[in-house]
Design a protein around this ligand. Sequence first.
Ligand code: 5GP
Ligand code: MG
Length: 176
Amino acid sequence: MYSLSEEPLITRPQIDERLKELAESIKAENFDMFLSTLTGGFMFTADLCRNIASSKLEIEFIRASSYGDRTETSGDVEISGFEGLNIQGKKVLLIDDILDTGNTMSKMKKTLLALGPREIKTCVFLDKKGRREVDFEADFVGFTIENEFVVGYGLDYANMFRSYPEIWTVRETDGK
Ligand code: 5GP
Ligand code: MG
């Protein structure tokens, strides 16, 4: 069982305002490609793209999964979708929904660096700084949050709440 917070943790107006600021600094760096992480990163990536609207920007997706149906990470990160991805010589922005232990982002970045990009920078919508297990910081961060499990804006709990346009917190209530 779970319970959803009564109010959003981060509201739509807050998200829209931050998106504009982020888009401005990201646009200034002239990335060749946004490489977005499915599934959680889809809404943030779409909003960033809308705010940047550059004719030459390539958009690609990879997939990472670690959580299953729980709110505690399993530790193992599965990454797929690198087959056929061409980032050679390109300046790439790797985008994910949230930076937690740091395992997913650092593993993805390592894998991508082996594919010969000109440069890789990273961008996450949320950052739970207090949870880091590996030494990793993102180049662009939307919001820093406390150690709470959050959903909405692409993020799920057991595949629920992804379509909510703002960020909410979820608590498991059955003692797990
Ligand atoms: P890390 O490898 O940094 O521990 O975890 C990153 C991944 O765990 C994120 O891409 C996301 O899929 C998932 N994750 C971490 N914290 C949360 C959270 O609060 N809510 C949701 N829905 N997913 C999370
Ligand atoms: Mg993820």
